[in-house]
Design a protein around this ligand. Structure first.
Ligand code: PEP
Length: 251
């Protein structure tokens, strides 16, 4: 059995005060939740204070990005070990907004994933096709190359520290969700691909999250699909009530 993961990506929202207020509101709403890995990903500047706020609770902390070097003359970058130091257990890598606006490529995703895992973090590796790619029937070839290149050189053992997030770009922040069937079709494809690359046992253990306008009213249908193991949530994670309703999808 794979433990579901519900991760909130707060993107470039929330001051330190707003971020700590949000987790303080969230904590009692999810305090009794069992068997769900709950993750929140604030901006870098709020990580340490949010970590203090979630200490002792069932909420885990993620960063939204990292660099692959440990230290050095890399102005403006943040190393995985510094994320660990700030209290992170997870880091999101290769989000489509980073690919679109900041030149993130499968090669940089690969370097970041390796560095994050080496530092003891769980890497949430994002993949997904654009609308043009879906319409020209390139979805599966795009996902295949993103996974093959993004995870190149990782071993089956190390895959235990990877979570895949399938996020069709056309569904992020648009209010358009992939249908449960569309999502399951790609998730199943990803699991088969992982089995080919890393073996069946490793593939069966990997959590594959869906992301793209997940809301309290569509999470149940998605989570009912056999290869959907959780959600990466943007907009709906910015309010404690809606994020808690998603976390508590099974209640
Ligand atoms: C995301 O940021 O990863 C995301 C899926 O956003 P939204 O839920 O707002 O579509």
């Amino acid at each position: 059995m794979r433990t579901p993961v519900i991760a909130g990506n707060w993107k470039l929202f929330k001051t330190i005060g707003e971020a700590t207020a949000l987790v303080n509101e969230l904590k009692p709403l999810v305090a009794r939740t069992r068997n769900v890995e709950i993750v929140v990903a604030p901006v870098f500047t709020a990580l340490s204070r949010v970590f203090d706020a979630v200490a002792g609770s069932n909420i885990n902390l993620a960063a939204q990005n990292c660099y692959w070097e440990e230290e050095g003359a890399f102005t403006g970058e943040v190393a995985p070990k510094l994320l660990k130091d700030a209290g992170c257990s997870h880091v999101i890598i290769g989000h489509s907004e980073r690919r679109q606006y900041f030149g993130e490529s499968d090669a940089t995703v690969n370097r970041k994933a390796k560095a994050a895992i080496a530092a003891g973090l769980t890497a949430i590796v994002c993949v997904g096709e654009t609308l043009a790619e879906r319409e020209s029937e390139k979805t599966f070839s795009i996902i295949e190359s993103q996974i093959e290149s993004g995870l190149e050189g990782l071993s089956a053992e190390v895959l235990a520290n990877v979570i895949i997030a399938y996020e069709p770009v056309w569904a992020i922040g648009t209010g358009k969700t992939a249908s449960d069937e569309q999502a399951q079709e790609v998730h199943s494809f990803i699991r088969h691909l992982l089995a080919r690359l890393f073996g069946q046992a490793a593939a069966d253990a990997v959590r594959i999250l869906y992301g793209g306008s997940v809301k309290p009213d569509n999470v149940k249908g998605l989570m009912a699909k056999p290869d959907i193991d959780g959600a990466l949530v943007g907009g709906a994670s910015l309010k404690a009530e809606s994020f808690a309703a998603i976390v508590n999808f099974g209640l």
